[in-house]
Design a binder for this molecule. Structure first.
Ligand code: HSE
Length: 398
């Protein structure tokens, strides 16, 4: 099977590397050799073992020998236009582009179905962790009631450093950037946007109906302080940025937020750049997927597996489809009840419950409150005995 790679950065380069280093094994599994005929990139790579670079997309589009294309460009421009034209031309596309899948997945999947080809995107969520395939294949006998995912390696690294090593947010972020985990502009990571796109994809797959990431309430990790990290440790919790999707009666709730995770939950022990996804379903119960959610070869691993799947289904559309969204399908997650961690100014006199004070942190305390909706929490904080205390920190408890 002749393929092209679009975008020869970290991920595209990883796909090229894996297709050489594991060539024999991949050919055995695919039933044929997978050969790179073009690599599209505006930059030059004189030292690459590949000598098939082009700067012209039309070379790929117009070559009938190219059956599948790896899209590792990121962003939606020009990736959306290129992907759509490739699919319309009858070429399979495999992608790591969560932004594109979250925004235009409905349309691109529909074209792939109509053309009896495939648009696969295992690498778009959880990097190398198999999570898309379980949702569309291994778990289809189940009704999925919830998905909770640590889906962003950069923020998980930062939070791990804050909790385990007492680093400040800024120190941990600089370290993540030095190690090449975080982007130079880490906004999409630290503001939760990347996690939001990923949980939107998983929520859309869970029930076959599109959930628009733009409508998911999203909060990042920039307001978390070292004091919150100290209380978490002292009270037996970890702090994680999570994407949550919960099935409702006639729709789903979804949200992205930093949360206190009880140390008994398997998600609490997922540290550093690792990702983890907990899927809750009726027949199987809880199942957890864990591994490297980012990086060159882990992401390439998922993309090459998608290419192998394309080779095995060259004349068949693997059924991945979600329907258009419906008004009211994504529920107002403010209605959901959560237990909360609150860090409050003053002393806890007159307040009862799970309270914690820490030596050295004077004139403040933390409390875990029983499950309430957002409105109930606001009302509670305005009334006695909480009125008069300033909220210094507030996180949901999962
Ligand atoms: N910036 C992302 C992360 C890359 O840190 O997880 C993988 O999607």
């Amino acid at each position: 099977m002749k393929v092209a790679i679009m975008g020869f950065g970290v991920v595209g380069g990883g796909v090229g590397e894996l297709l050489i280093s594991n060539a024999e094994n991949i050919a055995k599994k695919a039933g044929e050799k997978i050969e790179v005929k073009y690599i599209l990139d505006l930059r030059d790579f004189p030292d690459s073992p590949y000598k098939c670079f082009t700067k012209n997309f039309e070379d790929i589009l117009n070559d009938p020998e190219v059956e599948a294309v790896v899209e590792a460009m990121g962003g939606t421009v020009p990736a959306y236009d290129f992907t759509k034209r490739l699919l319309l031309a009858g070429k399979h596309v495999v992608s790591s582009n969560k932004e594109l899948v979250a925004k235009h997945g409905t349309e691109l999947l529909k074209i792939a179905k109509e053309k009896n080809i495939n648009y696969l995107f295992e690498a778009s969520v959880g990097g190398g962790i198999p999570i898309i395939r379980p949702l569309i294949s291994s778990l289809t006998g189940n009704d999925i009631s919830g998905i909770i995912g640590i889906l962003n390696g950069t923020t998980n690294y930062i939070l791990t450093q804050m909790i385990k090593n007492g680093k400040s947010f800024d120190e941990a972020l600089s370290e993540a950037q030095e190690k090449g985990y975080a982007e130079k502009d880490p906004t999409a990571d630290v503001e939760g946007i990347d996690t939001c796109r990923k949980i939107a994809i998983l929520a859309s797959l869970a029930h076959g109906k599109y959930v628009d990431s733009m409508n998911i309430p999203t909060e990042g990790i920039t307001n978390i302080t070292t004091n919150d990290a100290k209380y978490a440790q002292a009270m037996g919790y970890s702090v994680k940025l999570v994407g949550i999707c919960e099935t409702a009666e006639d729709g789903v709730y979804a949200r992205v937020c930093p949360a206190f995770i009880n140390l008994e939950c398997p998600l609490a022990s997922i540290s550093d750049v690792f990702n983890g996804v907990l899927v809750q379903s009726d027949a199987l119960g809880d199942v957890m997927f864990y591994g490297r959610g980012a990086g060159k070869l882990p992401t390439a691993s998922a993309m090459v597996s998608d290419l192998v799947d394309v080779a095995k289904h060259i004349n068949t559309n693997i059924r991945i489809l979600w329907n258009e969204s419906e008004d009211g399908y994504l529920k107002d997650s403010g209605e959901q009840k959560f237990s909360y961690y609150l860090r409050l100014s003053g002393t806890p006199d007159g307040i009862s419950g799970k309270i914690k004070t820490i030596d050295g942190l004077s004139d403040e305390f933390a409390i875990i409150v029983d499950p309430v909706t957002e409105i109930e929490l606001d009302e509670m904080l305005k009334s006695e005995p909480f009125a008069g205390h300033t909220v210094l920190g507030k996180l949901r408890v999962i």
